[in-house]
Ligand binder design. Structure first.
Ligand code: ZN
Ligand code: ZN
Length: 386
């Protein structure tokens, strides 16, 4: 449901390689047919492999209160056990990849523990179907099992700066990931987490999430939360933005008479205490898919534009993957694409992009800083400017 017909393991594997992603969460691992597909892959220790891409079983589950949980499952036989445990509480487990299971968060966490799976809240700050949409703390949701929660999946609507202000979350690993409804590089792995491990598989992933034996997350990469359409509190009729204080003062009613919808940022603000980043927290890089950066830098409205696609191909052919280009390669050595493109990638890396936050149902907007092709230290403008 709700995914492209191209979401087949061989296609995902190939596109993941191009994107620069080595380990992919399968999604939907309770679904009997999808589990059957996963079983066809080559089993390598505690992961599955297709060509150069590894998979581990994962699933998102909706509980009786409509909160979504993400489970990382050690094996397909454990996925089978979970399926059996949930089946009697679910009407759609055989049809929907993200089943609704009529159990509490605590009961779902208990089943996760029983099957030695890792569990955490999925897209924790989304205004619907997420833990902070219904609860003020993780223990209200998970009860006595709260100590078993090992990560928070931040989702597209929040980043480290939001989540670290909440005392509940500081000790946990933050996962940045995006559900993929289509395998193409502008949709797939818009968010990802870089971890330091010895080899690729479930056990090492688990160690990295639990931050034991030196394994750990080293970089979170994701979209700007401000791009979301409910980032700041704003009127759903006229889109006027309000601070939390202002919205409370007018009882969430806009001058125009419309309702002010509380933004994700203000929801995090309500739950926050002082801002202190724990020392284990890796940096967070805000970025967007490479083709979108190219389109933005060249002034095209669509990332499907031929010139944009041409530049994208050139970069990927030369550097192997999108992640390499976005995060790792020395941009000064690139002289075979328009300098505005490398300037824009640098602007994202340096956090110099200007964001106009969304709110009230309107998406946020990204703007490149003036002369984005100049380096932070003030490099030369290119001919493309004049
Ligand atoms: Zn969800
Ligand atoms: Zn209004």
């Amino acid at each position: 449901m709700a995914t492209s017909n191209n979401m087949k393991l061989p296609v995902i594997a190939e596109q993941a390689y191009k994107k620069g992603i080595q380990l992919v969460g399968s999604g939907d691992c309770l679904h009997p047919k999808w589990r059957g597909e996963l079983r066809q892959l080559e089993k390598v220790d505690d992961a599955f492999r297709y060509d150069r891409t590894y998979f581990v079983p994962t699933v998102e589950v909706e509980d009786a209160s409509r909160v979504h949980h993400l489970l990382l499952v050690p094996s397909l036989s454990k996925a089978e056990e979970l399926y059996e445990a949930f089946k009697k509480h679910s009407l759609n487990i055989d049809t929907d990849g993200r089943p609704t299971v009529k159990l509490t968060g605590e009961e779902i966490a208990s089943a996760a523990k029983e099957s030695e799976s890792l569990i955490g809240p999925a897209h924790a700050f989304t205004p619907w179907t997420a833990v902070y949409a219904y609860y003020d703390s993780l223990s209200e949701c998970y009860g006595s099992l709260v100590t078993y929660i090992s990560f928070v999946e931040l989702g597209l609507s929040a980043d480290t700066s939001y989540a670290d202000r909440i005392p509940d979350l500081r000790g946990l690993t933050f996962l940045t990931s995006s559900d993929a409804h289509s395998p193409w590089p502008n949709k797939f792995a818009r968010e990802f987490t870089r971890i330091e491990v010895e080899n690729i598989g479930f056990d090492e992933l688990k160690k990295a999430i639990l931050q034991t034996e030196g394994r750990r997350p080293v970089l979170n990469v994701g979209l700007f939360p401000g791009e979301g359409k409910y980032n700041e509190s704003a009127c759903i009729r006229c889109a006027k933005h309000y601070t939390l204080k202002e919205a409370i003062a007018v009882s969430w009613r806009c001058d125009c008479g419309g309702r002010i919808k509380k933004g994700v940022k203000d929801r995090a603000e309500e739950l926050a205490d002082v801002e202190t980043q724990p020392s284990h927290r890796p940096p967070y890089l805000h970025t967007i898919p490479l083709s979108e950066i190219i389109a933005l830098s060249l002034g095209y409205s669509s990332s499907k534009n031929k010139t944009v696609q041409g530049a994208w191909e050139k970069l990927i052919t030369r550097f192997g993957s999108e992640v390499n280009v976005l995060v790792d390669v020395d941009l000064d050595q690139i002289d075979f694409v328009d300098a505005r493109i490398t300037g824009a990638i640098k602007a994202f890396r340096d956090g110099r992009v200007i964001l106009h936050p969304g709110g009230g149902g309107k998406y946020g907007r990204i703007e490149l800083p003036p002369a984005a092709h100049q380096t932070k230290s003030g490099g030369q403008a290119s001919l493309g400017d004049f």
